[in-house]
Design a protein around this ligand. Structure first.
Ligand code: SAH
Ligand code: SF4
Length: 341
């Protein structure tokens, strides 16, 4: 156990077997309805709270919190029990509030343009460590008079490399936090066997696939896992997901100057998007210290969008968010907005 959000309800019932059963309900409501940590659930006797904290672990400890100037973006850096660090971001929009969560400390996929990939892999997060991020963000959203409506697995880590815990967390978010499965987006670099497994889970969440290049030679360079799961296999897995779930996948594409923003790239992308009937999300590249390439210019992005639209592809461009707070979680600070031609 690493966090109060790790045990499920029956495990808590076992831990609390010496107490009346309403204590389990009080604890569960405190964690999932009020987003409180155990020591804040004051309806529980303090000696019980202390024992529970010792049994289930301390969970996430705040290292640092940063807010954008207008407080519509809040970013937390957490220390895990073993001093590894992860980030979580809360973004308020007009009609929704989205939490971007991490699924691993670090990432083993080695995409060169990504700050997490540059730092390498540390470990998987537990179900509780994933859910606890949402609990803290929910508490903050409530204080802001808002409700967390959407979750995106676009923080640190490759969610499908931590498959069982991510699926466990999605179920918990859906059932116990009350977040609609359709409002949860899992973003993957393209782990084909896991995408196939996900299609059979029977949960109605959304899947985003980070493609970034639509020809194998170039994608091998940008996204090394492509050498194991090439674009043909990935497209087939995306199609299979759409067929089985009825949920259209989206394609993510970070726009990198002179790397994947040529007309030929747009044409190759259009072919793949049409094949999967996918929506395309273009992300202006956030610069990172370990990668020399800069993001494509706004003009180039506009031109690229035009080429995709001409071919009937549904496309949005993400707008950067919270640029006045530290950019370490660069890829998180974004939202989809319709690109005005
Ligand atoms: N591992 C998963 C999810 C985390 S990354 C994945 O790769 O999909 C979330 C998104 O941010 C991915 O689309 C990823 O390609 C993108 N991303 C990573 N580094 C970025 C950067 N420097 N600028 C813009 N987007 C980036
Ligand atoms: Fe990992 Fe995603 Fe970053 Fe690639 S882009 S290194 S898969 S977090």
């Amino acid at each position: 156990m690493r966090s109060a959000w790790d045990p499920d309800k029956s495990e808590y019932a076992t831990l609390l077997s010496d107490y009346p059963s309403f204590r389990v309900e009080q604890l569960w409501n405190g964690l999932y309805k009020e987003s409180k940590s155990i020591d804040e659930i004051s309806v529980l006797p303090s000696e019980l709270r202390n024992t529970l904290v010792q049994q289930v672990g301390n969970g996430l400890t705040l290292n640092r919190v940063q807010e954008s100037e207008n407080s519509d973006t809040v970013k937390w850096l957490w220390n895990l029990h073993d001093d590894k660090q992860i980030e979580t971001v809360l973004m308020h929009y007009d009609k929704r509030s989205t939490v971007c969560i991490s699924s691993q400390a670090g990432c083993a996929m080695g995409c060169g343009f990504c700050a997490t990939g540059q730092a390498g892999y540390e470990r998987h997060l537990t179900v509780g460590e994933i859910c606890e991020q949402v609990a803290h963000a929910t508490k903050r959203a409530t204080a802001d008079g808002r409700r967390v409506s959407n979750i995106v697995f676009m923080g640190m880590g490759e969610p499908l490399a931590n498959y069982a815990n991510v699926v466990g967390a999605i179920r918990r978010l859906n059932t116990d936090f009350g977040i609609g499965a359709r409002s949860i987006v899992v973003s993957t670099v393209g782990l084909v066997p896991q995408i196939r497994m996900l299609a059979d889970e029977g949960i109605q969440f959304s899947l985003a696939i980070s493609i970034h290049s639509a020809n194998d030679e170039a994608r091998n360079e940008l996204v090394p896992i492509n050498k194991r799961h090439n674009l043909k296999d990935l497209t087939e897995a995306g199609n299979n997901f759409y067929r089985k779930t009825g949920r259209r996948v989206s394609i993510e594409w970070a726009m990198m100057a002179d790397t994947n923003d040529a007309d030929s790239d747009a044409n190759e992308l259009a072919a793949i998007a049409k094949d999967m009937d996918a929506h395309v999300n273009l992300i202006p590249l956030n610069p990172t210290p370990g990668w020399p390439t800069v993001g494509s210019s706004p003009e180039k992005i506009k031109h690229f969008v035009g080429l995709l639209k001409e071919q009937g592809v549904n496309v949005t461009v993400r707008k950067n968010r919270g640029t006045d707070i530290d950019a370490a979680c660069g890829q998180l600070r974004a939202t989809s907005v319709e690109f005005k031609k």
